[in-house]
Design a protein. Structure first.
Length: 564
């Protein structure tokens, strides 16, 4: 009891005396006070997200301990984000920003910054768009602070998520279903984009006819919505599949489609955005073919850059210093994303295929310690980034300042994604079964239809640009759709598996493989793996005799040791 009293007295003196002492010893100018206050606010905001992640982790542990599967960690993170958003929005005292002095200034057309001359000193201010409700007392500084720059999502949070998807890919089952996965990801996502956008545009026209929407919603906006909402993110479903050991083919089809259609959706969205009304381009028949050509160029270029970068990292050999080896591997992997973005390509596509290539080749050249470190490092980054994004989704429902909720648009969007998903899964499955020995059954198709959750990629694409009213309505609608799919479809995964009679506890391997996979396996095993790694037979035994001098030059001593 005495010790508790001492602690309370010391705490009281610390809180009351130290700030006054600092205030007496240091007199700060107004600029320093503002900077210090901003720093404290930023620290408090980050503390909010860390507290949300901590609470999510503890609840996940409790759910796993109790074997409770109805709500996944992503759904929990969103719920906690919602609660924190309610507190920030309605529970705290609303402190409006400091009064601002307004000046009448003129800008040159097309300028993105304001240059002010004050007594011979020039100050440049970047424009952030029109400010609405400047003197609204509900505009809390805390609400403005927790609104992150969308580029943080793309440059910091999304790369480790996508990279881990490629790096942790179960390549054996993936390549055995490669043809079907590519069909669902490439053709299916494209079909889903245009079908969803067209159905959504029909509801936009309906809302406009009844006077519930203005005239600024264009067809290209609907196609953009179709592109971003076609990016499925079945994190919850796949986690449950992995825990229950659901059929390997179903797992491979869903996982392969989800990791690839994110890249396809991002490429489609960037291609369609080039024909938005603000770009003053007409979206006609010629624009459709131009968009498809742009899509193929960006996709192929990003794929090539990711694969080449991943192959280059296979030659980095720092076995004697595992820490340096892991650090170099991490930096080269992240630089793939930045390099692709700097070259006007898609960093998500590049970093995905970089992860696949590195898992197949570079991983074999790493030391045993670096193998464990890289897997654990990217698994941790993926977990934190994913839960951070889902927490922010819940927070954004109450902290985003320009929401536009239109009931007709929201209902239309929900029906549009269901129609778009159905037009992707069922027709493609019919044609794929014509050439598959192991048919995709109807219960598998129904499960793939049900498992089309929307998540981090769709949210990040929607929040990246919210300047116009149409983009704000798309963001608000996308946010609600993410909530619906994660909570309803994610929570209903286990009952749906039972209702469709899909077996769990399956631990088996299939001997049959696609002909494309068999041909690639032979070429990779005999030539690429011996060239890029120490695995496989030496090149001296696979290349023709006329190439024996070259084979000896390219074959490392470790390859002979591994063979022996």
């Amino acid at each position: 009891m005495a010790l508790l009293q001492v602690v309370l007295v010391v705490s009281y003196l610390t809180v009351m005396w130290i700030p006054r002492t600092w205030a007496a010893q240091s007199v700060k100018v107004p600029g320093e006070q503002a900077a210090e206050q901003s720093h404290r606010q930023d620290s408090a905001d980050l503390l909010v997200f860390i507290a949300l992640l901590t609470l999510t982790i503890l609840t996940i542990w409790l759910f796993k301990h109790r074997r409770f599967r109805f709500i996944h960690e992503t759904g929990l993170a969103m719920i906690y984000g919602l609660l924190m958003g309610v507190i920030l929005r309605y529970g705290l005292t609303q402190t409006p920003p400091a009064p601002r002095v307004l000046y009448n200034c003129s800008l040159v057309n097309g300028s993105e910054s304001l240059l002010v001359n004050v007594s011979g000193r020039y100050f440049e201010y970047k424009l952030q768009g029109e400010v609405e409700n400047l003197h609204d007392p509900g505009r809390s500084e805390a609400l403005q602070k927790v609104t992150f720059d969308p580029e943080v999502f793309f440059n910091i949070l999304l790369p480790p998520i996508i990279f881990y998807a490629g790096y942790s890919l179960k390549r054996r089952h993936f390549f055995r279903n490669l043809g079907s996965i590519l069909a669902y990801a490439f053709l299916g996502t494209t079909v889903s984009c245009f079908v969803t956008g067209s159905v959504f545009y029909g509801f936009v026209c309906l809302a406009r006819a009844v006077g519930a929407l203005n005239e600024n919603f264009h067809f290209t906006d609907c196609l953009f919505f179709g592109a971003i909402i076609s990016a499925t993110d079945p994190v919850t479903v796949l986690a449950i599949f992995n825990e229950l050991r659901v059929d390997v083919d179903l797992y491979a089809l869903l996982f392969g489609e989800s990791v690839l259609n994110d890249a396809i959706a991002i490429t489609l969205a960037s291609s369609i955005a080039a024909y938005s009304p603000s770009m003053q381009n007409t979206f006609d028949t010629a624009a459709v073919f131009n968009c498809i050509g742009r899509f193929l160029v960006i996709l192929s270029g990003s794929f090539a850059m990711g694969a080449v970068t991943g192959i280059m990292t296979a030659f980095t050999k720092l076995h004697d210093f595992p820490l340096l080896e892991t650090a170099l591997f991490f930096l080269l992997s992240w630089s793939t994303f930045l390099l692709a973005e700097a070259c006007a390509l898609t960093g998500i596509v590049a970093v995905l295929f970089c992860g696949i290539t590195q898992a197949h080749y570079t991983y074999n050249n790493l030391s045993a310690e670096s193998r464990d470190r890289t897997k654990q490092l990217f698994e941790l980054l993926n977990f934190l980034a994913e839960n951070f994004i889902f927490s922010y989704m819940g927070l954004a429902l109450f902290t985003f300042q320009k929401h536009i909720f239109n009931p007709i648009i929201i209902i239309g969007a929900l029906l549009a994604i269901l129609v778009g998903r159905a037009s992707n899964i069922y027709p493609l499955s019919f044609f794929l079964n014509l050439g598959r020995r192991n048919k995709i059954s109807f219960n598998f198709q129904h499960m793939m239809m049900f498992a089309g959750l929307r998540g981090a990629v769709a949210f990040a694409l929607a929040i990246r640009d919210t300047e116009t009213e149409a983009q704000q309505a798309i963001f608000s609608t996308t946010l609600l759709l993410v909530f619906f799919t994660v909570w309803v479809m994610g929570g209903g995964t286990t009952p749906m598996l039972s209702w469709l009679h899909i077996r769990d506890g399956v631990s088996r391997t299939k001997n049959e493989s696609a002909w494309l996979f068999r041909m690639w396996y032979i070429f990779d095993h005999n030539y690429l793996k011996p060239l890029l790694t120490h695995a496989g037979p030496p090149l001296t035994s696979t290349l023709p005799h006329c190439c024996e001098p070259l084979a000896r030059c390219l074959t490392s001593l470790q390859a002979y040791e591994v063979r022996n």
